[in-house]
Design a protein around this ligand. Structure first.
Ligand code: MG
Ligand code: MG
Length: 259
């Protein structure tokens, strides 16, 4: 049984979620052809530390950087590197923070310059599938309802949901129970209760759902080397409608809310 968070704990998670959301927006401003993914990492780490938080991915099970920067066929867990982004690429940026003993975790896939129509569709559908999952992340439902909503939506466009990786609860630990898969059956899985804080994070492939792990033991690639997109938000399960803690508004609406 997963213990729901208190309102005080949820406020601390919200502070984290705002830092992560604003960090993603800072990284987004830096994404352009000619920029290395190491530079994106530098932008993120500087912003996180300037806001009094700690980049929680750095050193997590040996991960070498503050962010995951996963380009094109890399689904998740890409190492920032001297790879130079080029027009038409996509880069999925996943960021975690630790602030006042609590965790933040969100991700966004950025297009680099102009991308082709199929790639744009993959980004739009993946992000929309996240909101489809959030719609059913309400008390009384189960994790399978979220997975089912994501899976059926993306498959209706011919895309596929990765099976090997999933969303998760979040709190004092970055990854808590329950697991939140991006596929599944309605009415199955862990029960969602009011005050549960979870990260929903569809990882959606343009082609086949299959993936493999790179030799470095971290980067997850699509088996067919077609592109993959990843969007992640942190929400509080509530009765009737989930409450967003992190947001893409700072990226998409030039947000004006301060920390
Ligand atoms: Mg994440
Ligand atoms: Mg996560």
């Amino acid at each position: 049984m997963v213990k729901p968070k208190t309102e005080e704990e949820i406020e601390l998670l919200r502070e984290n979620a705002v830092i992560v959301s604003r960090t993603l927006a800072e990284v987004g401003k830096a994404v352009a052809p000619g920029v290395t993914t190491s530079e994106l990492n530098r932008v993120a780490e500087t912003f996180i530390r300037d806001n009094g938080a700690i980049p929680s991915f750095l050193g997590f099970e040996g991960f070498p950087s503050a962010i995951c920067a996963s380009v094109n066929d890399v689904v998740v867990h890409g190492f920032p590197s001297d790879y130079v982004l080029k027009e038409g690429d996509i880069v999925s940026v996943d960021i975690g923070t630790l602030y006042k003993g609590w965790n933040g975790d969100s991700a966004y896939t950025f297009p680099v310059g102009e991308v082709d129509a199929e790639t744009r569709k993959l980004l739009d559908v993946t992000k929309a599938s996240l909101y489809k999952g959030i719609e059913v992340a309400v008390a009384g439902n189960r994790t399978g309802d979220i997975g089912h909503a994501v899976q059926t939506y993306v498959e209706s466009f011919g895309f596929s949901a990765v099976r090997e990786l999933e969303g998760h609860g979040i709190g004092r630990q970055m990854h808590e129970s329950p697991g939140v898969p991006n596929y599944g059956k309605q009415g199955r899985g862990a029960k969602l209760v009011d005050g549960m804080t979870i990260c929903i994070e569809p990882m959606i492939n343009a082609g086949t759902k299959g993936v493999y792990l790179a030799k470095n033991g971290w980067a997850v690639h699509t088996a067919d080397h077609r592109k993959s997109a990843h969007y992640e938000l942190t929400v509080v399960v509530r009765r009737g409608k989930a409450e967003l803690l992190s947001t893409f508004d700072f990226i998409e609406k030039d947000g004006t809310i301060g920390i």
